[in-house]
Each structure stands twice: as structure tokens, then as C-alpha cells.
Write a protein that binds this ligand. Structure first.
Ligand code: GLN
Length: 275
């Protein structure tokens, strides 16, 4: 089959609004040809091996497997991150969390903790923007940590240390200037979990008990033991959870609880200072 035959076949099959783009991305991925080559050389014949790999990927995409998993890659905060089914796919709204943290933390040598790091997205983005910060990043999933460490190697990021911990459980006592997290915060019975990409993502990275608040609250409650006086906590959360989080922060003795909105105008990131 030629490039254009493959692309036409895939575009007709793919259900997505961006079928044409996805057809190109997947073909560029399996063929090793640049997307410009695909446009410029439509009559080029592809090897049987490439065509078969392509058909397999297009079929998976047709069944809903996220494009990021099929490509094995997603860009986050200007970094090319390797991703697969072991980790949540980094989201644009989490770039907001990185922005907010960078804006509010003026220290040159901050000591930072990222809880539930997944692919390492937040930790590696902060590390790339602030090479003098010293960042610890933990996850309870050994599988996720393998992905995070691979990303660290690919990016040659020196100021991040990844290790296993279920929230604070295995973190040696020490004090941080800043604690950040994008924990699971979706309600267990949410309709949202039955549609689109999330169906293929690790459920542990998405869902939390108590209407999605259990992990956010656990982090807020335990963080003071690990925060320096004057240190900050910043958390990503669901758009209807901000009020609950600010109240919890106030109840636990933090001050200056603040919420920031994402690009869609939804409450998405809340932070406060300790004590
Ligand atoms: N923001 C993610 C989503 O809406 C949820 C990720 C999370 O629970 N931390 O899919």
C-alpha cells in the first residue's frame, strides 16, 4: 500500500474529530517518516511490515486506546515525555499547576516534594525550569516509577530523585519548602470514567473515595509534618472541590488559601501556606 492509501483507509476508520491528524501521527510513528514526508510523497510504497503495524495501531485507536499511549509519547510543559498504560497521560490543566507553583515560589534553592508523580511530569517540568531546586518525587506504583525514571534519563534531569512511597508513608522525616501534587480526585461513580481516554488509564491515578476528596484531604492533613514554616502546598483538584479544600486547609491551620482557575475558567489548583 502507498502512503496515501494507508492514510485514506485510516481516516475513514477513525472515529475521532481529528481522524486525519491522528492517521498522520500514527503513520509517521510506525514508518519513521516525518509528517512532511507523508504529505509530500503520497505515492510512496510502504513495506508490508509498516502497513501491518499501522493497521494494528489504527485498530487499537478505533477501540479507544489513547493516541498518547499508541505513540508512547506526550508533550508536557515543553518536555517530550514517554508515557504508556502504567501512567496517567499528562494533562494541559496540570501545566497550570506548574505555572502557579513557579509564579508563587521565588526561592532560588527550594526543596520540593511531588506526591504521586506518575510519569514524573510535574517534577521534571519544575526541575527543567528551576535547575537549582532539589526535587523529591514519589509514587506508590513501582510501574509508574519505572516510567518516571526513564523520562528522567531521557531528559538528563539531575535535580530530581524518584522513590516509592504511598503519599508520605515512606518519606524520611525532613522539611520541604513546597509540596505539590496532582492526586486522584475523580468520584468513584463518575460518568466521566466511562468515556474516552480515561477508560484506559490507571484507575488508581484517577479515583479517590469520599467524592474524590480522600487523597486530597490525606495530603493536606499530613503535609504539615513535612513543611518548613512558611512553606507552601499546591494541589490540583476537580472543578467543584475548591471550596472543600480551602475549608480543610483553614481547619488544619494553614493560611492564605487560594484557588486558581484553568484555561476553561474552572477552579483547578488550590494552595496555602504553613502555618
Ligand atoms: N484531571 C484528570 C482528569 O480530569 C484527573 C486526574 C486526577 O484525578 N488527578 O482526567
Amino acid at each position: 500500500m502507498t502512503i496515501s492509501e494507508c492514510l485514506r483507509w485510516a481516516t475513514a476508520l477513525l472515529p475521532s474529530d481529528s481522524a486525519n491528524l491522528e492517521a498522520h501521527l500514527l503513520l509517521a510513528h510506525v514508518s519513521g517518516l516525518g509528517r512532511t514526508t507523508l504529505y509530500a510523497w503520497p505515492e510512496r510504497e510502504l513495506t508490508l511490515g509498516v502497513v501491518q503495524q499501522y493497521q494494528a495501531l489504527v485498530n487499537q485507536r478505533q477501540q479507544g486506546v489513547p493516541i498518547a499511549y499508541l505513540l508512547g509519547q506526550r508533550e508536557f510543559y515543553g518536555l517530550d515525555l514517554q508515557v504508556d498504560q502504567r501512567v496517567l497521560i499528562p494533562r494541559p490543566e496540570t501545566e497550570l499547576l506548574v505555572d502557579v507553583v513557579l509564579e508563587h515560589t521565588l526561592l532560588e534553592h527550594a526543596k520540593v516534594l511531588d506526591l504521586g508523580t506518575g510519569s514524573g511530569a510535574i517534577a521534571l517540568a519544575l526541575a527543567s525550569q528551576r535547575p537549582k531546586w532539589s526535587i523529591s518525587a514519589v509514587d506508590q506504583s513501582e510501574q509508574a516509577l519505572a516510567v518516571a525514571k526513564a523520562n528522567q534519563q531521557n531528559l538528563r534531569s539531575k535535580n530530581v530523585e524518584f522513590y516509592r512511597s504511598n503519599w508520605f508513608a515512606s518519606i524520611p522525616q525532613q522539611s520541604f519548602d513546597l509540596i505539590v501534587s496532582n492526586p486522584p480526585y475523580v468520584e468513584p461513580d463518575s460518568e466521566y470514567l466511562r468515556q474516552g481516554d480515561v477508560r484506559f488509564e490507571p484507575i488508581n491515578a484517577l479515583v479517590a473515595q469520599n467524592n474524590g476528596l480522600a487523597d486530597l484531604f490525606a495530603i493536606i492533613d499530613q503535609a504539615p509534618v513535612y513543611l518548613k514554616p512558611g512553606g507552601f502546598i499546591w494541589l490540583e483538584h476537580g472543578f467543584q472541590q475548591a471550596e472543600h479544600l480551602r475549608q480543610r486547609l483553614i481547619d488544619r491551620g494553614y493560611h492564605g488559601a487560594t484557588t486558581c482557575r484553568d484555561l476553561q475558567g474552572l477552579d483547578r489548583v488550590t494552595g496555602a501556606q504553613w502555618p
